[in-house]
Ligand binder design. Structure first.
Ligand code: FAD
Ligand code: UQ1
Length: 411
């Protein structure tokens, strides 16, 4: 046929949100998805899994079940890009050529940047919701904790779901309170950044909660090392009066959010900007140098908070603009930086942050103040969003809540 070939790199939340629609428009087997993993994860559920509110199984699906039928699944990883030749090289040494390319390979966890973390993870109270291998350990270690020092960390690098490092603290604190060991427990939160959350409207409410629940918040303190033998965590102090010093603290429970960054194979390619992300226009999602390349999701340079919720808005824009390039419709769509973070603060309440990372302004869907803790938004996140994800988002039919927001605003 005369229709072009399109390759999508990554079959995660971002890749699958565009794959079906593109495969339907380009016809049988004109679209390839390069994805090495047998399993697709709905990672937003991992906060619930870590707190024992959902099972790990509910967060996973065989890749073969979510891969669109009309797309060709290439079960390998991309090793390098040759954008001047319209070729990607696979790990098995083969090359595939494309007319159009969509890069959706996610963000890389840099576990190795914290000394001893790889060996310590999943043992003796050290855990992380950021890995499929350790998320169930979080639940186990919360339930077997008998009091002492509990530490929760957030790095100074960009991460996916910037609220997740603290969500699990609220859920752990609630469980320890209910278990009657709260008075024997000291809970501390360490962030490498200077704020608990980027948007003040939500940060203010979160700080009130931390104060009321005796959760000690520390800024500009970045975890660098774990000593599993002595059960100590070592932090670099990045700001304030103690700037430049180290802080060593004993722990009995330690939830780590690892430093993250652009995937190495992207960083070392011609596709990358100075920070290693795929260098795309923040409105059109098209590559700034290579006109036949697009990117979305966590691996992209889009200057907003990296979430699945953000992808719901990005995917519609990308599909519109890429199909416009191919079929000649020049009605350009623009991404406005929409993102969201459902901040679970207990097993029956949640603050639903929704905002534009471009303007820093809230962009709430519902006609009530979403910065207040609510049961309704908790239920939405726990029961409704997973349904929307599996039934609609991975099939390319969920464009996010923008149309509901407009409906409620005009009512
Ligand atoms: P991913 O979904 O991670 O997919 C990337 C895919 O690329 C993977 O399948 C991977 O195998 C593949 N890949 C990697 N390297 C290569 C390669 N070299 N070649 C080919 N393929 C490759 N978001 C929310 O909206 N709300 C939440 O409440 C929320 N909570 C979260 C809680 C936790 C604990 C975590 C970990 C994440 C959370 N997120 C949340 C973030 C959300 O999961 C991510 O933003 C989203 O999955 C990003 O989608 P993606 O496709 O860019 O990356
Ligand atoms: C969303 O659409 C989505 O994808 C299914 C998420 O991923 C987990 C989210 O976290 C959020 C908040 C949304 C936004 C949807 C509504 C109805 C506010």
């Amino acid at each position: 046929s005369s229709l072009p070939y399109l390759s999508i790199i990554g079959g995660g939340s971002a890749g699958l949100s565009v794959a079906s629609t593109l495969a339907e428009n380009l016809g049988n087997k004109a679209v390839a998805v390069v994805e090495p993993s047998d399993v697709h994860y709905y990672q937003p559920l991992w906060t619930f899994v870590g707190a024992g509110l959902k099972t790990f199984d509910e967060s996973r699906m065989a890749m073969s079940e979510v891969m669109p039928e009309k797309a060709q699944w290439i079960k390998d990883s991309v090793a390098s890009f040759e954008p001047n030749k319209n070729i990607v090289k696979l790990s098995n040494g083969e090359s595939i050529s494309y007319d159009y390319l969509v890069v959706a390979a996610g963000i890389q966890m840099n576990w190795g940047k914290i000394k001893n973390l790889s060996q310590a993870l999943g043992k003796d109270g050290v855990t992380s919701n950021y890995s499929a291998d350790s998320v169930v350990k979080t639940d186990e270690f919360i339930k077997t904790f008998r009091g002492g020092n509990a530490l929760f960390t957030m790095p100074s690098t960009p991460i996916k779901c910037a609220g997740a490092p603290q969500k699990i603290m609220y859920l752990a604190e609630e469980q320890w309170r209910k278990a009657g060991i709260r008075s024997k427990t000291d809970i501390k939160y360490f962030t490498g950044l200077g704020k608990i959350f980027a948007i003040d409207k939500y940060a203010n409410e979160l700080l009130k909660i931390c104060k009321a629940r005796d959760l000690n918040v520390n800024y500009f303190t970045d975890l660098t090392e774990i000593n599993p033998e002595s059960k100590e965590a070592v932090f670099n102090v990045l700001g304030g009066e103690a700037k430049g010093t180290k802080l060593t603290l004993p722990y009995d429970f330690l939830h780590v959010t690892p430093p993250m960054g652009a995937p190495d194979f992207i960083k070392s390619s011609l596709l990358a900007n100075a920070d290693g992300w795929v260098d795309v226009d923040k409105e059109t999602l098209r590559h700034n140098k290579f006109a036949n390349i697009y990117a979305l999701g966590d691996c992209s340079s889009l200057p907003t908070s990296k979430t699945a919720a953000a992808i719901t808005a990005q995917s519609a824009v990308l599909k519109n603009n890429l199909l416009g390039d191919i079929f000649g419709d020049k009605q350009i769509a623009k991404y406005d930086g929409y993102t969201s973070c459902p901040l679970i603060t207990g097993s029956d309440k949640l603050i639903l942050a929704e905002f534009s990372g471009y303007t820093g302004q809230p962009q709430e869907t519902f006609p009530f103040d979403q910065s207040k803790e609510r049961f309704s938004t908790y239920l939405l996140t726990k029961e409704v969003l997973p349904e929307i994800y599996w039934k609609s988002m991975v099939k390319g039919t969920w464009d996010g809540p923008a149309k509901f927001r407009k409906l409620f605003r005009s009512a």
